[in-house]
Each structure stands twice: as C-alpha cells, then as structure tokens.
Design a protein around this ligand. Structure first.
Ligand code: ADP
Ligand code: MG
Length: 318
C-alpha cells in the first residue's frame, strides 16, 4: 500500500474527514481552508506524542488514537474554544493495515465525541510518533487566558485528579489489569476534554488551563501569568475512590503532582462557582487566589505543607 492509498483508505475516507462550516475544505488539497465566523478568533494548538515517551511501546492503536486526540483537544477546552478540526502528522515505521485501521477507529471515536473533523495531515516513515494540531473557534476577546486570575477568586478544578498518573504501572504492563485499574486506565486512555465547562467559564473573567503536567506545576503557570499566589487547601482536594484504592498513601501526592489529568483548573469568583455548581457542572473549589506569587498547599490550620514542586519536564529544570 502506497502513501496515497494509505491516506485515502484510513484518513480521507474516514467519517470524521467529512467537513462542515467553519471548515470550507478538508483533506485533498495543499491546505485545508477554514472560515471563522465574523467576530470569532481561531484557537490553534499542537501536541506531539512520541512512542516510548508519551505512550508505551506496542500500545493498543485504538486507544492511542483516542488518547492522542483527547489530549490535544483538551487545550481547546482550556481556552473556552469550540472544537472545529484537527490535522494529523503521522510517522510510522511500517504500514500495518490492522494497526492503521484500529488507530483510525480510535481517532474516529474521539473525533465524533469532540465533534471535530480531520482536515489534513502528513504521513511519513520513521519511529512512531503523532503530531496533532487542533483548531477551535472562540468569540474575540473571550478566550480563557492564564493571565486573568484575580486576587479574591476561588481556585477550582473540573474533575478529580491523579487517576491517570495512578494508571501508569498498568499502562506500562508492570501490573495485570484488574477491577482497580479499570477506571484509572479509562482516565489515561480516554481523556475527556471539558468543552462544556470551558464554554461556561467564558464571559466570567476566569483564568484557566488544562492540567497536563500535574496540578501544582500547572497552577504555577497561572500564578506566574497573573502575578498572583495560588493557595491550595489540602483538605479540599478530592481523592476518588479509584485513586485511593490504587495509590493508598500516595493518593494525595498523585492528585497534586501526577499529571496526564486533562481536566480544567481555573480561577473564578465565588458567586460564579456556586452558579456553575447549581447548573450541574461537577466542579470543586480547592483553594483561592491571594496577593503574592507561586503556589502553596496549606492544611486546615493554614500551615504550608512541604511538597514536590515540579511536574514532568522533558528537559529537566536542573
Ligand atoms: P503535500 O505533499 O501537498 O504536503 P500530501 O501528499 O502530504 O500533501 O497529502 C495529501 C493530502 O492528504 C493533504 O490534503 C494532506 O493534508 C492529507 N494528509 C496526508 N496525511 C494525512 C493524515 N495522516 N491524516 C489526514 N490527512 C492527511
Ligand atoms: Mg502540498
């Protein structure tokens, strides 16, 4: 199977390759064409996933397709953007038909859950990696910038944290799958971008991001961009049953520093927190925005806890 037949069969002919406005032209020409509505800005983000770094060797291709798009699309949710489309730059050592079929099905599954179209890409031979660029649309001036946190706001999260990090021993095949691992593996392999929450946060003066490198590290980005301090109240950090069952005493530190959560962390006025909770958004208030800088975690008495500060970094801080 040549490159063009491969593109046609697994990508151009996929259901998710059908396009609708604001995509005017999808796969097949030198570029896709997007036509944002008047008054909208285009939100664009790229993520690369490399075998052996972002996912294990010999990963299930269906799950890989799902995860690659979920991880990438989560950045759109974190900006409050409505998902539109994505491109896929795929580098493969060999063109196995069963592998490609499963990858395409995983992408299709997530693309349909996210309502995004595959609008282009590139296909090359080499060590397995995937680069996805996602495109979304947001009313001009309403994107959820990291720089918008204000003193007095609440710090909140959009779901429990730590489950994906707790899944790692199973992801890496170090433990046999069991009842404990099932919900954790679902969080790892099938991240659910929080689009509805992102939309609800627009117009409310929220600062937001999606937690990918661990809550502590990512809160540091909001604190820096907004020139404020974020205070996490330890007893408010929710620990799911699944996380406790898998991680025991490590549950709290995984929730704070684990990474791969792909849920939103954001700051919001207290009245808006209550409004969103009344509307059924499963958000949790876990802290507050104060004058100052950096992130600290405090116990019920307000005393700062000593915790590891840094999330995952490819080129180390040292
Ligand atoms: P070019 O040589 O002009 O860059 P290609 O031959 O690489 O174009 O690709 C032909 C068409 O197929 C383009 O529209 C491109 O966006 C699309 N395409 C290539 N690879 C993929 C892929 N993995 N997924 C989706 N679309 C792809
Ligand atoms: Mg070209």
């Amino acid at each position: 199977m040549g490159e063009f037949e491969l593109i046609r069969r697994y990508f151009a002919a996929a259901a998710c390759a059908r396009v609708a406005p604001p995509v005017s032209l999808g796969i097949g020409d030198d570029c896709a064409l997007l036509q944002p509505l008047a008054g909208e800005q285009l939100a664009v983000s790229t993520d690369t996933l490399v075998e052996g770094v972002h996912f294990p060797f010999d990963a299930n291709p269906f799950l890989l397709g799902q995860r690659a798009l979920g991880v990438s699309a989560s950045d759109l949710a974190a900006m409050g953007a409505t998902p539109v489309g994505f491109t896929l730059a795929l580098t493969l050592p060999t063109a196995s038909e069963t592998w490609l079929q499963a990858l395409a099905q995983g992408l299709q599954q997530m693309a349909s859950a996210c309502r995004m179209s595959l609008i282009g890409g590139d296909t090359t031979r080499g060590p397995l990696s995937m680069t996805l660029t996602v495109f979304g649309s947001v009313p001009a001036g309403q994107a959820l910038l990291r720089s918008r946190a204000r003193v007095g706001q609440c710090l909140c999260i959009g779901s429990t944290l730590g489950e994906a990090a707790a899944a790692l021993p199973w992801v890496l095949g170090q433990r046999a799958e069991d009842a404990v691992s099932e919900p954790l593996l679902a969080r790892y392999w099938s991240p659910r971008p929080q689009f509805e929450l992102g939309l609800a946060l627009r117009e409310r003066g929220a600062a937001a991001l999606d937690v990918s490198d661990g809550l502590l590290a990512d809160c540091g980005h909001i604190a820096r961009a907004s020139s404020v301090a974020l205070v996490i109240e330890a007893e408010r950090v929710p620990l799911s049953e699944a996380l406790r069952a898998a991680a025991g005493e490590q549950a709290f530190s995984l929730a704070l520093s684990g990474g791969d959560d792909y849920c939103l962390a954001f700051t919001l006025d207290e009245a808006d927190v209550q409004l969103l909770q009344r509307r059924g958004h499963g958000i949790q208030r876990i802290g507050r925005v104060e004058p100052g800088q950096g992130v600290r975690v405090v116990d019920a008495a307000g005393v700062a806890l000593e915790l590891p500060r840094h999330g995952y970094q490819h080129f180390g801080a040292d």
